[in-house]
Design a binder for this molecule. Structure first.
Ligand code: CA
Length: 349
């Protein structure tokens, strides 16, 4: 592998758009929930492993998540990543009661803002929220905007509730008003969804994350969130959580269901097809999906202006994947859009 360098010699900067961190306080609180037997099998599967696994992977993930300084910067240098857009890791503070969730969220945002101030050329932050209190979260999105954050991280469902429920919509209203994108990131599938996945060890990033997050985005679309908030920008990772691939069949069957009034609550959408919302409101990153066929396919379906590079540090820190994506059969202009300029535009950098 040729040596990867920062600085843009290849014709573009590399901006990694789905990078994770954790505070020591949030990690400690996760460990407490694990020990208390917190009743969420997705959380227990994820953090029962990552919070205490003595494996090499367990140590590497914890060290990487906790670093907002030298270790992260040297890992970025070694992979040729110029800038990292960093968010509180999944499931954020979704698993805590309101008071604790808000205190941990505020502190995580303050710590991330300090790191971004210390390394303004390398780190960009996303605002963490405590969606158990959507109105407070809307105010925290405004505070995060003032702190210089460029997006909002929504770590999936909220104790089994999905954010197409109108009580969560103050979050979308605040994000649209500030023209700041929401990054919908996976966590363990909700209690109602996880059973057969967990039974075969398929609940995590291997498959279950994508099932839960693709479902979440689809629920937002079919329940009219993007008709109510037409300028809302929503980012999903992992190649769009498979929705670009599914979109032809989704369009056909969703419209057939609406026309035949199969479900009383499903109303016609202003833009008709689900895929019209993917092409108007949604952006896909390729965290964990550094695979040219998937990237080329999504470029064809969504357009070269809606796909973005991500590393998914520290969960999938593989510098070879950067080299593989540099080598994609794609024009320099499209590669620059993928690695750099789409992120600059979508995140208002
Ligand atoms: Ca991730």
């Amino acid at each position: 592998m040729t040596e990867l360098k920062t600085g843009g010699a290849q014709g573009y900067l590399r901006i990694a758009t789905e990078e994770a961190f954790i505070t020591q306080d949030v990690l400690n609180a996760y460990m407490r929930l694990v020990a208390e037997g917190y009743d969420d099998p997705g959380f227990q599967s994820l953090w029962g492993f990552y919070s205490s696994s003595p494996s090499e992977r367990g140590h590497k993930i914890r060290d990487g998540l906790l670093s907002l300084g030298e270790q992260r910067l040297s890992d970025m240098d070694r992979a040729g990543v110029d800038k990292a857009i960093i968010a509180l890791t999944a499931p954020g503070t979704h698993v805590f009661k309101a008071d604790e969730a808000k205190a941990l969220t505020t502190d995580a945002n303050d710590q991330l803002a300090a790191a971004c101030r210390a390394h303004p050329d390398r780190f960009i932050g996303m605002t963490a929220i405590a969606p158990v209190d959507p109105v407070w979260s809307a105010r925290e999105i405004e505070r995060g905007h003032k702190l210089g954050f460029k997006a909002v991280i929504l770590n999936g469902h909220v104790e089994g509730e999905y954010t197409d429920d109108e009580k969560f919509w103050p979050i979308f209203e605040a994000a649209q008003a500030l023209d700041t994108p929401i990054y919908l990131h996976p966590q363990g599938p909700s209690k109602g969804l996880i059973g057969p996945l967990l039974e075969r060890g398929l609940d995590g990033a291997v498959f279950g994350f994508g099932v839960d997050t693709g479902l979440h985005l689809l629920r937002l679309i079919v329940m009219g969130v993007f008709d109510r908030f037409p300028n809302l920008k929503l980012i999903v990772g992992h190649g769009g959580e498979a929705l670009p691939y599914w979109s032809y069949r989704i369009d056909y069957m969703h419209q057939a269901g609406v026309k035949s009034n199969r479900y009383e609550f499903l109303k016609p959408l202003e833009l008709g097809k689900v895929s019209n919302y993917l092409k108007r409101n949604v952006y896909a990153t390729f965290s964990g999906m550094a695979w040219e066929p998937a990237i080329q396919f999504s470029k064809t379906v969504l357009g070269s202006d809606r796909i973005m590079y991500a590393m998914d540090y520290p969960y999938q820190y593989e510098p070879e994947e950067v080299a593989a994506q540099d080598a994609m059969d794609m024009s320099l202009e499209d590669k620059r859009a993928f690695f750099q300029t789409n992120a600059e535009r979508v995140f208002n950098l």
